[in-house]
Design a protein around this ligand. Structure first.
Ligand SMILES: [Fe+2]
Length: 135
């Protein structure tokens, strides 16, 4: 089982956002450990709930920040956040309905999504912030 962790190449150059991302990768790694091979263990619901809370709080912080600075990419960025949140909610409701196994490699899917989101959209936000600061 490979470890899901934040790496330096994911840095957006903002300490608070990087710290949030580090924490989110740790939660995703935790999720991977509570659902080995898609088997739902006792802790899975708690881990997914923690992930849902944290991810929503983090996205809200980022979205408020984007609005504050009048970021042009806000709508597309928020839509990508919303997609992730709905995936996490879908996972929560499958667990609530008593799923014992999850056929999809859901932990990998979520961490791949998150990595791509940070590398593409959060990086674009970071670049816009730098540009504004330099203008
Ligand atoms: Fe984001």
């Amino acid at each position: 089982m490979s470890e899901i962790c934040w790496t330096e190449d994911l840095s957006v150059g903002n300490q608070a956002i990087d710290d949030d991302h580090r924490h989110l990768f740790a939660l995703l790694d935790n999720l991977q450990h509570t659902m080995p091979q898609g088997l739902v263990t006792q802790d899975a619901a708690t881990v997914v709930e923690d992930l849902a809370h944290y991810v929503e709080a983090h996205f809200q912080r980022e979205e408020e920040f984007m609005q504050r600075i009048g970021f042009e990419g806000y709508v597309a960025h928020k839509a990508d956040h919303d997609r992730f949140v709905s995936e996490v909610h879908a996972l929560q409701s499958r667990l609530d309905r008593g799923a014992q196994t999850l056929t999809l490699d859901i932990d990998k899917m979520l961490s791949d999504w998150f990595r791509r989101h940070v590398l593409v959209l959060d990086m674009a936000l970071a670049a816009a912030v730098k540009e504004k600061a330099g203008a």
